[in-house]
Design a protein around this ligand. Structure first.
Ligand code: HEC
Length: 168
């Protein structure tokens, strides 16, 4: 009797194990099939797309020298034509894509204003943009941003531009 019961139990356990292995196999096949069809999953596997090294110290200097500071305030320094770009101190993870999307949304107004103010839109390389994003995201680095980093002609421009801004 005991032996028969034991035999049945072994058989039941074996069935359960086999079912589990088959289910896992089917699931992983399903996942693979989905991976191959899903363009979004495939895109993440393209190795030539690489986020450049982003350096917030370089970004801080570019923010002043490129003239972003003419319209954007950080750490209380800069122009008032555009929104202040202070990083949120609590934000631990910031996606550069998110910053790009925000910039894209503001681009038409920003470019029109740059063309009026400077005679042309500000130009930058991909690496420079990466450094700028790192600075925009880096609350700690932003604490070191001061008037001293801004070229004299840009300081004059800020004064001019701020004159025409209605007090917020
Ligand atoms: C001539 C003025 C001007 C200059 C110079 C300028 N911006 Fe802007 N920027 C604006 C304005 C105005 C907006 C908001 C547009 C809107 O709300 O539609 C904006 C929006 C943005 C935004 C989105 C802000 C948000 O909260 O959504 C980012 C990011 C930004 N600018 C980054 C930059 C960077 C980086 C530079 C330098 C390469 C720069 N800007 C130079 C005027 C300027």
């Amino acid at each position: 009797m005991g032996n028969v019961n034991f035999g049945r139990r072994v058989a039941r356990v074996a069935w359960v194990l086999m079912a589990a292995v088959m289910a896992a196999g089917l699931l992983s096949m399903g996942a693979q099939a989905q991976d191959a069809d899903d363009p979004e999953t495939e895109a993440t596997q393209i190795r030539i797309v690489q986020i450049p090294l982003m350096n917030s110290a370089k970004g801080m200097r570019l923010f002043a020298s490129k003239g972003c500071v003419a319209c954007h305030m950080i750490n209380g320094v800069g122009g008032k034509r555009g929104p202040a770009l202070d990083a949120k101190a609590g934000a631990r993870i910031v996606s550069p894509m998110q910053i790009a999307a925000r910039m894209w949304r503001g681009a038409p107004a920003m470019i029109a204003m740059q063309e009026r103010g400077f005679g042309r839109a500000i130009d930058f390389s991909g690496d420079e943009l990466g450094h700028l994003f790192a600075f925009i995201a880096d609350a700690k680095r932003q604490e070191g941003f001061s008037e001293a980093l801004i070229p004299i002609r840009t300081r004059r421009m800020i004064e001019e531009l701020n004159k025409n801004v209605p007090n917020k």
